[in-house]
Design a protein around this ligand. Structure first.
Ligand code: SAM
Length: 284
């Protein structure tokens, strides 16, 4: 019996005395075709390992285990462990780890569970930690071949937005530094138990082994990006001046033109390449 079969999912949860918990962002997938599409997205190579965050009752875990060599799933909610033991515990290519994914030391964890294997991330992420967990994963992006996550559609649009568009923000530029992000497909609320209020989307991020821009001080660039979008309606010189005491607004304006940008440009118009160029001549 498949976990996407609602009567089976209800029966398993009832037998274990559990119900989906809002505080852990538990919206379990109930559509076989959606689960298959997500599980197919990380890689064509079946010889890889997959790190799943939040297996829930094991629905996506099962589909990943059908396709890939090894699956390690990190679940925070210990009340789901007996359920997972029943639904996927019998598979010898699945390991369940009871932990908070936000607290993992990723390089150590990947080395421990996937030594010498190529690894992809695949997850139906809990909404309450979408951005922090994506940031955490991308900062260790070199560990992974790709990162496939289902998230709120609006966040997916922000991660994949073009410079100058309304959705373009600090998180878009941050993502572009670590990966080539692509929105794959939308998933309607009717495909979950319980149904969320919003539409979801699956995105795939192909991580870079080397960043697409060569920047002297990546931390300084991230500071500039953050400051530029904190006051996105302001001209860039003013937005950056508000974030530092190290340089004056006039000096910043000079550096902006030196970087080949217009003096009255707004941060929201800058591409990753523009931020990199500016960061190499302006420390804030
Ligand atoms: N993968 C399942 C599915 O698609 O049906 C469940 C997805 S549900 C949206 C998110 C899962 O992440 C839940 O099982 C929840 O308990 C788990 N979770 C929430 N916060 C977590 C954290 N910090 N670390 C690990 N797992 C977490």
């Amino acid at each position: 019996m498949k976990l996407t079969d609602m009567s089976y999912a209800h029966e398993v949860m009832a037998r274990h005395g559990i119900a989906p918990k809002k505080r852990y962002g538990q919206n379990f997938l109930t559509s076989d075709s959606v689960v298959s599409r997500i599980a197919d997205t990380p890689s064509d190579d079946r010889d890889i390992g997959v790190l799943e965050i939040g297996p829930g009752i094991g629905t996506l875990t099962e589909a990943l285990a059908d396709r890939y060599k090894k699956v390690v799933s990190v679940e925070i909610d210990e009340t789901l462990l007996p359920v997972l033991e029943e639904t996927v515990g019998y598979r010898d290519n699945v390991t369940i780890v009871n932990a908070d994914a936000m607290k993992l030391d990723l390089p150590q964890f990947i080395n421990e569970h996937f030594k010498d294997m190529k690894v992809c991330v695949c997850a139906n992420l809990p909404y309450y930690i979408t951005s922090p967990i994506i940031i955490k994963i991308l900062e260790c992006g070199y560990l992974f071949e790709s990162v496939t996550v289902m998230i709120q559609k609006e966040v997916a649009e922000r991660l994949t937005a073009a410079p100058g568009s309304a959705d373009y923000g600090a998180i878009t530029v941050f993502t572009a530094y670590y990966a080539k992000a692509e929105k794959c497909f939308n998933v309607a609320p009717g495909n979950f138990l319980p149904q969320p209020k919003v539409t979801s989307a699956v995105i795939r991020m192909e991580t870079y082994k080397n960043p697409p821009v060569d920047v002297k001080n990546a931390e300084n660039m991230q500071k500039i990006i953050k400051a530029a979008f904190e006051q996105r309606r302001k001209m860039l010189a003013g937005a950056l001046a508000a974030a530092t005491n190290r340089v004056s607004k006039a000096q910043i304006a000079e550096k902006i033109t030196e970087a080949g940008l217009s003096a009255d440009v707004r941060g929201e118009k800058l591409s990753l390449e523009d931020f990199a160029r500016l960061s190499d001549i302006l420390e804030i």
